[in-house]
Each structure stands twice: as C-alpha cells, then as structure tokens.
Design a protein around this ligand. Structure first.
Ligand SMILES: *[C@@H]1O[C@H](CO)[C@@H](O)[C@H](O)[C@H]1NC(C)=O
Length: 522
C-alpha cells in the first residue's frame, strides 16, 4: 500500500526543516536566576536558579543551565541583559558585564561562560542491508531505498536521511552514510528513530514496503543479533530482515569550536540603489523613509544584522550600495561605501549602517542596472586574502530583485564558493525572484561556464513571505533572520573541513583572582 501522507516529506528532503538546534551549550552563571525570553510572547520566563552562596563577594555557582543553541535566532537571556549569541561570540565564550539593578550604583559584575555539550558534535556512520524484501514491481524485482525519521518532543517525526536507491534487487546493500547525531536524535540516545523502506518508482508513486523503529543507543551496539530488524507491513502481513552492517561515531569540530578559537565573522551589507525601487520621497518606494516605520530594507537589515553582530567583536561593519549615480559627477557605481569613505567603509553597529543608508538616500540618485557581481567580487577579494580560518565573510545583499548581470554574478559566486564566504540575499518588493531562486542553488547547484560551485554558499528569501498582516514585525523578522541564517554554520563548517582547518584552542579557562573554590569555571 502507498503511504501517501508521508510522500511529500520523502521527496522534499530538507535536513534544515524542523528546528534542529545547532548544538546545546552549558552556561555557567554567577547569578541567582536565569530568565529566557519567548520569541513569540516576549515574556520572560524563569529558566532556573543557582544555589545561594552566603558570605562572599565572589560567589562561584556550581549550577549550570543547558540551553538549545540556535545560531540563527536571537536568544535573549537576562539577569543582566544579553543574548546567548553574545556569550558564545565572546572570546573563549566568556562574557563579563556590569550588573544592572539600581541606577547609578555599582552592583558588581557578572561573568557568563558557555560550553558546548559533547554529544552534539558527534557524527554517526552506518551501513544497512536487507534480505528477501517484498517484491513490488510486477516485472522484475524492487528498487529499494530507506528513509530515516527523527522523533520530536511532541511525538511527530521529521525526515533526517534518505539513502540512495539500489536498483532491481530484493537483497540491497546500501552505501554507508554519515549523519550528525543531533539530526538523528537531537542528542537524545533513547529517542525513537523510525525507518521506512520504499520501492522506488519512476513516476514518483513509491511503494511502501515496510518499517521498523530503533534508537541511537540500540544502533550504537553495532553489528550484532540486536541490530537485525524486522521490516513489517501490517497491510500485507509481510516481514523481512534489515541488518545493520556497521556503525561508528566520530567527533567533529563545530561552529562554536571555531568561534571560541577566535574566528571572526566579517559581516558586510550591500544595498540596492537602483531606480526600480521607486523615488524614495514617495510612499510607494521600497526606499521610502517613513519617520514612523522602517522600510523593508531597514527591517531586513536590522533583523539579520542584530543576530550576526554578536559574532563580530568590534561591531564595525562595512556597508556598500550599488546601482546609483554618485555626486559630484554623476558616475554610476556598483560598489560605493554608504558612509562615502572608500578607505574606511565601516559603520558603527547596525544603527550606524541604518544612518549611513538614510544619508546615502539623500545624496545619491537611484539608477541602474542591478549588478550583483561587483559587490560579490568586492567581498571575495577580502575573503581571498584571509583563507586561514581566522575570518569568515558573510555578505548580505538586499535587493528588489531584477538582476541584470546574471552570468557575471554566477561566475562570481562559483569563484566565491572556494573562499571563506557565504551570501545572503533578501528580495524586497513584488518582483519575480526566479533569478534569485536559481542563485540560491538549493535544487540545482549553480555553475558558470561548465564549472560547478564547490559548495552551496547562497541563501535567498523573499521578504514578502515574512510580512505579518497583523503588523507583528518583531516575530516575522525573527522568522526571516532564522531562515536566512540557518544554513550559515553548516556552510562555515563545509569550508573549514574542505580546507583541513582546525579551530585554534580556546584560551585557557578563566580563574577569578584570589579564588580557591574548586568548581571555578566562571
Ligand atoms: C571585512 O570585509 C570588508 C569587505 O567586505 C573589508 O572592507 C574589511 O576590511 C574586512 N574587515 C576585516 C577586518 O578584514
């Protein structure tokens, strides 16, 4: 029988969907109560409290908090106010801040450290075979493949791996495959893992052969009598064995290992100043400067920038514009600094970029065409100069989408894919974004003049998909940032891995002065 309700997920395999945290981090805090803020409700919830230590001005709390860490989300924590990204992005993932409380009064400092939990960095490699599978095709045999599902907290299942199809056999031996343990079971060794076996059909109506369940803990026993599973299908009272042939676990470096070791994210912004955006003084313009509300450019910039800035220690961001005529001579530029200073294009924080953006709107003339290649090549030149893993470049392009130099842009992206660099494109306005979807390369890896991009480095989202009709921009912008940033840690790791770059050792753990407490980790 066909399991039609499951088929869409069998096709649209996307390992990113279904909120897998990038990792789990352990936070050691020197304060009594830790609060986390709900993204949706904005309400502060007590997450937990440390024990109280009497009679000391330098308390050293032993209690630790375990939080799921999402690179792409702004995870607010407080006693003193900070984000989880801020702690993680600080040198050695150790953040020191003054304690608030009474205005004008020094209340001491608080020190937070974040430590990644080890099972999140593991990847499991396993291989399966099956015997005497049910014969589904009228002529010939079956073309079997397996689909793995992780179970979620709420009892639902999320697809996490699909094997290749082995053609024309009832006794398939699938290739070994490797999967992060957090994708397989979210780091929870006893969680159910569901496996379905299908017979592949050319027309897409794959036939369900049967299924079985297991868990990481069971699989980790390796090849043994315990790892022979009955693939059963109640509809046809059929079962046959699937055998685990091998299983191994390897620990891999994670995004946080590199950040702790000092790798900096260089975040560059590029804004589309072409005439198709409309005259900024008119309310129909995508660049309209409304004193009461940010326009789409400013909103997208703020949403993504506020998360990325946690990983950039000096918070100075180069910001570029493209597609405008510049004063005094009216020459068209496709890579001009928003602050007007080519030698020093840096803006101070996200506010600084917004200020320079508004200033530019008053001085340049929106023109065209919409060329992406110059800004991509601009950032790539800097990325090419630092290939030792000490920096990773993220270029955010915000555009109304009618791209004019597709061939040059593809060439630039194929070249940039060799560099420590990722590109985020946010499309604003109502244009058709076909070209952007092509650049995104999620379905077909992009190529130029016969050369395939080495990695997928482009993530595209249309801004309009995130506009909330009820006007709840906080929530919709959090979703936008989440979607454009979700792939960055994996793209980052794919670069470091391909170049054999290991993270620097983190600086030694901090020891508070004059401290003897043996739990010293703050
Ligand atoms: C970051 O990249 C920009 C180019 O986009 C460059 O102007 C800047 O110098 C870089 N910063 C560092 C610290 O390398």
């Amino acid at each position: 029988m066909d399991k039609l309700e499951d088929m869409s997920s069998v096709y649209d395999f996307d390992p990113i969907t279904g909120n897998i945290p990038a990792t789990k981090v352990e936070i050691t805090v020197s304060l009594c109560v830790l609060y986390t803020q709900g993204v949706e409700t904005k309400q502060w919830r007590e997450f937990g409290r440390t024990e109280v230590i009497d009679n000391t001005l330098n308390p050293d709390f032993v209690r630790k908090y375990i939080l799921d860490y999402f690179f792409e989300e702004k995870q607010n924590l407080r006693q003193m106010f900070c984000t989880l990204g801020e702690i993680v992005g600080s040198p050695a993932s150790r953040l020191e801040k003054p304690l608030g409380g009474i205005t004008g009064k020094k209340c001491g400092t608080i020190i937070l450290t974040a430590e990644e939990l080890s099972n999140c960095r593991d990847s499991a490699t396993m291989q399966f075979c099956a015997n005497k599978l049910d014969k589904k095709d009228f002529f010939g045999k079956s073309d079997p493949f397996m689909v793995f599902y992780r179970s979620n907290e709420d009892g639902t299942f999320t697809i996490c791996h699909k094997t290749e199809v082995v053609k024309n056999t009832l006794n398939p031996v699938w290739q070994p495959f490797t999967i992060p343990v957090r994708a397989l079971c979210n780091g929870d060794y006893d969680r159910t893992i569901k496996v379905e076996v299908y017979d592949w059909d050319r027309d897409g109506s794959h036939d369900f052969i049967g299924d079985f369940t297991t868990s990481y803990r069971e699989l980790a026993r390796g090849q043994s009598q315990f790892n022979v599973y009955e693939v059963s299908n109640l509809q046809v009272l059929f079962h046959s064995p699937v055998t685990l042939l091998s299983f191994s676990v390897e620990s891999e470096f994670t995004f946080l290992d590199y950040i702790k070791g000092g790798t900096q994210i260089n975040f560059t912004v590029a804004i589309d100043f072409t005439a198709s955006n409309g005259n900024p003084s008119q309310s129909t313009s995508l660049h309209y400067m409304n004193p009461y509300q940010l326009n789409a450019y400013a909103m997208a910039l703020k949403a993504v920038g506020e998360i990325i800035q946690d990983y950039d220690s000096d918070k100075m961001f180069p910001a570029l514009g493209f597609g405008a005529k510049l004063p005094p001579d009216g020459r068209v530029s496709h890579e001009f600094p928003l602050n007007g200073n080519m030698e020093n294009p840096y803006c101070n924080g996200i506010e600084g970029i917004l200020e320079a953006y508004h200033q530019s709107l008053k001085t340049v003339q929106l023109y065209g065409p919409t060329n992406f290649a110059p800004v991509v090549n601009h950032v790539a030149r800097y990325a090419a100069a630092v290939q030792d893993g000490s920096q990773y470049f993220v270029l955010l392009i915000i555009t109304d989408g009618v791209i004019s130099d597709m061939a040059q842009t593809k060439e630039a992206i194929v070249n940039a894919a060799k560099l420590p660099m990722s590109i985020i494109i946010v499309g604003v306005g109502q244009a058709e974004f076909d070209a952007m979807v092509e650049l995104d390369g999620d379905d077909i890896r992009i190529s130029s003049r016969g050369k395939l991009a080495e990695r997928d480095i482009v993530q595209f989202v249309p801004f309009r998909d995130y506009m909330d009709r009820t006007g709840n921009h906080v929530l919709s912008m959090a979703r936008l940032a989440k979607d454009v940033l979700a792939e960055i840690p994996d793209q980052f790791i794919s670069y470091m891995k391909s170049r054999g770059i290991k993270p620097n050792p983190a600086p030694p753990p901090y020891t508070p002065p004059g401290h003897t407490h043996h739990h010293t980790q703050i």
